[in-house]
Design a protein around this ligand. Structure first.
Ligand SMILES: Cc1cc2nc3c(=O)[nH]c(=O)nc-3n(C[C@H](O)[C@H](O)[C@H](O)COP(=O)(O)OP(=O)(O)OC[C@H]3O[C@@H](n4cnc5c(N)ncnc54)[C@H](O)[C@@H]3O)c2cc1C
Ligand SMILES: *[C@@H]1O[C@H](CO)[C@@H](O)[C@H](O)[C@H]1NC(C)=O
Ligand SMILES: *[C@@H]1O[C@H](CO)[C@@H](O)[C@H](O)[C@H]1NC(C)=O
Ligand SMILES: *[C@@H]1O[C@H](CO)[C@@H](O)[C@H](O)[C@H]1NC(C)=O
Ligand SMILES: *[C@@H]1O[C@H](CO)[C@@H](O)[C@H](O)[C@H]1NC(C)=O
Ligand SMILES: *[C@@H]1O[C@H](CO)[C@@H](O)[C@H](O)[C@H]1NC(C)=O
Ligand SMILES: *[C@@H]1O[C@H](CO)[C@@H](O)[C@H](O)[C@H]1NC(C)=O
Ligand SMILES: *[C@@H]1O[C@H](CO)[C@@H](O)[C@H](O)[C@H]1NC(C)=O
Ligand SMILES: *[C@@H]1O[C@H](CO)[C@@H](O)[C@H](O)[C@H]1NC(C)=O
Ligand SMILES: *[C@@H]1O[C@H](CO)[C@@H](O)[C@H](O)[C@H]1NC(C)=O
Ligand SMILES: *[C@@H]1O[C@H](CO)[C@@H](O)[C@H](O)[C@H]1NC(C)=O
Ligand SMILES: CC(=O)N[C@H]1CO[C@H](CO)[C@@H](O)[C@@H]1O
Length: 604
């Protein structure tokens, strides 16, 4: 985020001692074994869950290869409010840019992905929820695996979630429903620990406008998250909770787990073996020193059992394509031999478009005047560093909401949601200029009411453009390519304007900023296309379908169709993007994947 320059934030790094570095390998020369039961590619959201669960069995040896760097002692990663400064274009980012988007007036913008231990969970905005019951029902239907029904999936919350009391000690009655949550799992989840001045206005609006009811628990556990309520974040006591700070911290000193950073996987190699009829075995991983893109030196490691590809929705299709697993039309022009014809690799890409709707507001209660004042910001960071208190210790937002378009607005269009408990759009309330691609203006106070499309019907692609793994693939989320997508974005703008018309905002909001003032369909649409960006949720580029379907990349047991010895576990396997922030659904999917890989659970 341009309002939080990283240079301000590195000062305090020296205060922190590296907790887990000692057991994390940083160089190929430290690797003692070349064969492991499992090799996991990517120490991200899903990869570290699988590593933790598989190594619970001391007889199972696991190697995790991560291209990025350590997360230890990195202040912007640790301090919740500084999350937006971890990316884009930093040492912790892959620095991707998407190709020009026809649906967004030909614009292009950065497309951040965490490149460090924890992957995107070390770089994200920490919002945590689990998706709608209808989404899980749809996943069960598409995959033919009833085990993806919510009634089955929800058991994994117990292992995964560790709800903690917010560190300001405030009374949380009415802000979440304790009986829906687990207090004993791995990842800490907390309500906000620091009120923002807009919070009472958001909550009062739910009493003033029946269209936006208050929802006491926004997680989606055993109930809908339609309505407006308090954000639950992956954090505790003023610190981010990531898959690294939780799952890896639990498992890191097990002798049967080896984690190596600076290890860039360049491809998978077909193994000379005779698997079941029609399958090709891939149990060899080739990798390079991630710090040296020009070196041609390559290393190899072997899996006895499986390779587990957890490189995320961009990295996973890239590695498959580099390995000759993909659409011949993508591989042949680069002279890559097609070893497994898998046409859906890198297709079916989905993302949630995000629109920062900005308002001019009165007074200096927004964070803007602090964010543009280096001394005030530094003082707040020092307070966080010393005491883990103040607004830096909290997430950037405290309240959000979810809504549906009513039937009249969708007339003539197919409802793209998975069912009536799933939202079409989201509203996020930020007490400052939260506009990921545009710098904070030198003057003024702002309220940002971001809206996001949660049920996109547009489909994009990820496609390699070189046989060199160090050259980024072409990324095309293809945002707002369909009519229903633009209709929902348009109506989300109208919904947020109704929200801000409530009496609660009367003495605060002055006027819409820029073309948010548009009212006619065509004018709102052009405003949407001029300003929409991403919530950073690319998914479905290696989608899961039923065992009998060829219209997908993986089977319900996460094995790659046509391949022996290779599974994929990350957001790329979701057959469609969940209608919520995806880290929670992915954590649950990864927990169940571990049970499936261990053979505890069958998908048939
Ligand atoms: C800025 C930002 C904000 C977000 N905010 C939220 C939020 O508030 N709430 C939410 O639920 N979700 C949020 N998300 C999305 C969410 O974090 C991701 O969708 C999810 O964590 C992805 O998990 P994954 O396991 O698929 O991939 P990742 O977590 O990205 O893991 C992939 C790992 O593989 C590594 N890798 C990739 N290629 C290679 C290679 N060739 N060799 C070796 N290693 C490789 C990567 O470096 C990375 O560590 C956000 C994402 C971003 C970027
Ligand atoms: C581990 O292997 C040993 C020796 O083969 C065996 O005795 C033990 O039961 C195994 N433990 C587990 C958890 O599989
Ligand atoms: C991303 O950009 C930053 C800042 O220029 C740089 O330090 C980092 O090495 C880049 N990352 C990659 C993967 O190129
Ligand atoms: C928290 O607030 C609720 C409702 O206002 C009240 O019933 C409860 O006693 C309070 N709890 C504590 C510990 O003060
Ligand atoms: C935060 O605001 C909410 C809503 O106005 C209020 O109920 C709560 O008591 C406040 N918490 C603190 C710690 O001020
Ligand atoms: C990268 O590798 C090349 C070729 O092996 C070598 O000449 C160069 O010194 C390496 N650079 C670094 C920074 O290690
Ligand atoms: C807001 O802050 C600015 C700059 O610090 C100051 O000039 C202005 O008077 C303040 N406005 C109010 C209403 O306090
Ligand atoms: C930390 O908290 C202590 C005790 O409340 C206080 O005296 C001190 O000033 C605080 N430090 C910072 C940097 O805010
Ligand atoms: C549907 O939305 C329209 C336009 O906002 C509104 O007039 C109408 O009352 C809504 N209908 C229902 C059933 O909510
Ligand atoms: C919110 O509502 C409460 C209770 O009705 C009221 O006391 C408070 O002043 C309101 N705050 C705002 C900002 O509207
Ligand atoms: C507002 O919309 C008009 C007409 O589409 C356009 O010319 C102008 O550049 C837009 N302004 C901003 C600030 O985007
Ligand atoms: C008991 C056991 O199998 N331990 C293994 C754990 O993994 C390491 C490799 O990192 C093996 O050397 C151990 O034998």
């Amino acid at each position: 985020m341009k309002t939080l320059p990283l240079s301000h934030l590195l000062v305090a790094s020296a205060l922190y001692v590296c907790q887990t570095c000692a057991v994390t390998l940083t160089d190929i020369s430290q690797l003692k074994e070349l064969t492991y039961d499992y090799i996991i590619i990517g120490a991200g959201n899903a990869g570290l869950v699988i590593a933790d669960r598989l190594t619970e069995n001391a007889n199972t040896s696991v190697l995790v290869l991560e291209a990025g760097v350590s997360d230890q002692g990195v202040i912007p990663v640790m301090a919740p409010f500084l999350g937006p400064s971890v990316t884009p274009n930093t040492p912790y980012d892959w620095n991707y840019t998407i190709i020009p988007q026809p649906g967004l007036d030909g614009r292009t913008f950065p497309y951040p992905r965490g490149r460090l231990l924890g992957g995107c969970t070390s770089a994200n905005y920490m919002i945590h929820q689990y998706g709608s019951t209808d989404d899980w029902a749809e996943m069960a239907k598409i995959t033919g695996d009833p085990g993806w029904q919510w009634n089955n999936v929800k058991q994994y919350i117990k292992r995964h979630e560790k709800f903690v009391a917010p560190s300001d000690g405030h009374n949380t009655t009415g802000q979440f429903i304790p009986s829906l949550h687990s207090f004993t799992g791995e990842l800490p989840i907390s309500l906000p620990i620091n009120n923002q001045t807009i919070d009472p206005r958001v909550i009062n609006t739910t009493q003033q406008l029946p269209e936006f009811p208050f929802n006491e628990d926004m997680s989606g556990v055993d109930g809908s998250y339609l309505g407006v309520g308090w954000v639950q974040s992956s954090m505790d006591a003023g610190l981010r909770g990531s898959s690294s700070s939780s799952y890896l911290a639990t498992s890191n000193d097990r002798p049967n787990l080896t984690v190596m950073i600076n290890a860039m996987v360049t491809k998978l190699i077909q193994t000379n073996s005779t698997p079941a009829q029609g399958l090709k075995a891939f149990r060899t991983v080739q990798f390079a020193d991630a710090r040296n893109a020009t070196s041609t030196t390559r290393f190899q490691v072997q899996a006895n059992k499986d390779i587990i590809l957890s490189a995320g929705s961009i990295g996973t299709p890239q590695i498959l394509q580099l390995s000759g697993i993909g659409d011949p039309a993508d591989l042949t022009p680069l002279k890559i031999p097609v070893l497994v014809d898998s046409p859906l690799v890198g297709k079916n890409m989905m993302d949630h478009p995000l629109l920062p709707n900005i308002w001019n507001v009165n007074g200096n209660d927004s964070f803007d005047h602090i964010l543009r004042n280096a001394n005030l910001l530094q003082a707040a960071i020092s307070q966080w560093a010393t005491n883990k208190t103040g607004f830096i210790a909290n997430n950037v937002i405290n309240n959000f909401g979810f809504g549906r378009l009513n039937a009249s607005l969708l007339s003539g269009l197919t409802d793209p949601s998975s069912g009536p408990d799933s939202p079409h759009f989201e509203m996020i309330f930020a007490n400052f200029w939260l506009n990921p691609n545009v710098a904070l203006p030198p003057t003024g106070s702002y309220l940002t009411t971001l809206t996001a499309l949660l049920t996109p019907t547009s489909r994009g692609t990820v496609k390699i453009q070189s046989t060199d793994a160090f050259i980024a693939p072409l990324i095309n989320p293809n945002m707002l390519d369909t009519e229903v997508d633009i209709v929902i974005m348009r109506e989300s703008v109208r919904a947020i304007k109704r929200f801000i018309s409530a009496p609660a905002w009367k003495d605060y909001v002055i006027s819409p900023f820029g073309n948010l003032s548009a009212t006619a369909d065509a004018d709102i649409d052009s405003y949407v296309r001029q300003h929409t960006t991403t919530v950073f949720h690319p998914s479905s580029t290696a989608s899961m379908t039923s065992e009998t379907s060829t219209n997908g990349v993986v089977n319900p047991d996460f094995t790659v169709k046509g391949v022996d010895g290779l599974r994929i576990v990350d957001l790329s396997v979701f057959p469609f993007i969940p209608s919520c922030h995806p880290q929670g659904p992915l954590y649950l999917v990864a927990e169940r994947a571990a049970d499936i890989i261990k053979g505890i659970v069958s998908t048939r």
